[in-house]
Design a protein around this ligand. Sequence first.
Ligand SMILES: *[C@@H]1O[C@H](CO)[C@@H](O)[C@H](O)[C@H]1NC(C)=O
Ligand SMILES: *[C@@H]1O[C@H](CO)[C@@H](O)[C@H](O)[C@H]1NC(C)=O
Ligand SMILES: *[C@@H]1O[C@H](CO)[C@@H](O)[C@H](O)[C@H]1NC(C)=O
Ligand SMILES: *[C@@H]1O[C@H](CO)[C@@H](O)[C@H](O)[C@H]1NC(C)=O
Ligand SMILES: *[C@@H]1O[C@H](CO)[C@@H](O)[C@H](O)[C@H]1NC(C)=O
Ligand SMILES: *[C@@H]1O[C@H](CO)[C@@H](O)[C@H](O)[C@H]1NC(C)=O
Ligand SMILES: *[C@@H]1O[C@H](CO)[C@@H](O)[C@H](O)[C@H]1NC(C)=O
Length: 529
Amino acid sequence: MVTLKALSLGLLASPTFAINYTQPYRPQFHFSPTKNWMNDPAGLIYHNGNYHLYFQYNPGGIEWGNMSWGHATSDDLTHWQEQPVALLARGFPDNVTEMFFTGSAVADEQNTSGFGAGGKTPLVALYTSYYPIAQTLPSGKEVKTNQQSQSLAYSLDDGTTWTTYDAGNPVIHNPPSPYEEEYQNFRDPFVFWHAETRKWIMVSTLAGIHKLALWTSDNLKDWSHASFFGPFNAVGGVWECPNLFPLDLDSSTKWVMVMGLNPGGPPGTVGSGTQYFIGDFDGTTFVPDEDSVYEGNKSANWMDWGPDFYAAASYNGLDERMAVGWMNNWQYGEKIPTYPWRSAMSTPRQLSLKTIGGKPTLIQRPHAQIQSIEGKDHSSSWKFFEEGTQDLGSVGKTLDIELSFSASNATDFGIIVQATPDFKEQTKIGYNFTSQMIFVDRRNSGESSFDGTFASIYHAPLAPSYDGTVHLRILVDWSSVEVFGGQGETTLTAQIFPDRSATFARLFSNGGGVEDVKVDMKRVSSIWN
Ligand SMILES: *[C@@H]1O[C@H](CO)[C@@H](O)[C@H](O)[C@H]1NC(C)=O
Ligand SMILES: *[C@@H]1O[C@H](CO)[C@@H](O)[C@H](O)[C@H]1NC(C)=O
Ligand SMILES: *[C@@H]1O[C@H](CO)[C@@H](O)[C@H](O)[C@H]1NC(C)=O
Ligand SMILES: *[C@@H]1O[C@H](CO)[C@@H](O)[C@H](O)[C@H]1NC(C)=O
Ligand SMILES: *[C@@H]1O[C@H](CO)[C@@H](O)[C@H](O)[C@H]1NC(C)=O
Ligand SMILES: *[C@@H]1O[C@H](CO)[C@@H](O)[C@H](O)[C@H]1NC(C)=O
Ligand SMILES: *[C@@H]1O[C@H](CO)[C@@H](O)[C@H](O)[C@H]1NC(C)=O
């Protein structure tokens, strides 16, 4: 879709797209592909000094289709370089017979797969093969129309080029018994090395029946079904893109299962969402803690309370746990007013666990290296911020904001960002002291006509800290806001499509004042221009 706005800005002046990263709404410090459609991050791996970001990609269009693995690399999780497509839909462009859906990648240091050669450690990717037509594969295996199976590819040049394992693919042909009939909804293998049992573990999803299937392997090629997980908690839509990983909690190790569901996201949103469970994993079975599951399916542990954080995937190959989400939503993802690309990735988030309010809780923080692209700090503070507003001026469209404050007699307090000079367009981020909720109000945030549900206000629970302080960290880019509340126990991510002139900000306090207000604001540089 080409908007009139884009035309009037001369975007299409040249017959080949004048590709640069200054188009309307182009994220300045989030990854987005130069052109075309992107969805789930997949195959995230840190290897030999490079962070690899593979992703679901359509090399032939700006909506979902021709699914392939796009590729970008970074040496600091901040500056990204788009690379050639890593796994191109088989038969593209005329006759696609296999698409490469979401998966994961590991470094097979011990050559368990036998794919190593010439002294090179093989990188091995497990992904979902989607077969739009029934066929007999080179391995002799027969697949049905619309079948999804798990396949393998390996790389001997550190993740640049990949070879599909045609002699054996798919390595998991059908869903485990008794769910063979789920073959059209069997996907998203997440693989990791489990040192305690010296085995590879795979978590895959039976998306339509809200079950995960866990598998084990010695060599990444032969897999044994080990257990099932689910259904639990939110089951409003399909379960997709599982991740399972350990994190320290106090002096013990817990395991965290993360998955996307679409639709059926957090209360007040429409479309996709991401939930998590904390529990234990013994090498075959993941058992969620009692306080991580809810009776019936009334609630969930939401990884993010906003509308635009889906298909979160975490990095293999790092000591710390770093996750990236698709910053979009299936409700309107294919209609967002960006051109010639659609979708961006979230800021990479460092994950940890903490007991908060007596409950083990996932904590998320923007990765530390974002500081390398931040300018100097502009701070202001008020012992008492009276009811009303305080203009902060034209502060720009790429910001890292830290805001802290304590309740007095205000009902709600917060900051308006990405406002036009007349404040008719604005995105409001604040805290409601009565409901103890963060809110992001994008009802007047800019372009929203592409979807009737987009212009909405979103809420996320956050208790003040023990001393009564509320702390919000807010990352603002040209077309997104990401809010990290408290210590990172609550996050809320939302896209916005404001006018280019929306560079103004203002603090507001309603119904009374607030105490001990401190705002620290840093401009974030573009990673592209
Ligand atoms: C980049 O895009 C902007 C508008 O989106 C255009 O004005 C500018 O000329 C382009 N620059 C280059 C080098 O193509
Ligand atoms: C797939 O790619 C082909 C070739 O570029 C293109 O014609 C087609 O529209 C694409 N399909 C979708 C659904 O984008
Ligand atoms: C597409 O490719 C498949 C597998 O190679 C082949 O059987 C089929 O005839 C092709 N279809 C067209 C329209 O070329
Ligand atoms: C990995 O195993 C294969 C098959 O056994 C062998 O040919 C290759 O030399 C090994 N590579 C390395 C780097 O050990
Ligand atoms: C709870 O389950 C019902 C029935 O499966 C479903 O309709 C509803 O959307 C679910 N709610 C959530 C929050 O997942
Ligand atoms: C704050 O929350 C209370 C209680 O839920 C609600 O009545 C009120 O409308 C909210 N205020 C704002 C500004 O959202
Ligand atoms: C809020 O508290 C301040 C400071 O004590 C006071 O001046 C102001 O009148 C109060 N406002 C309301 C609406 O109660």
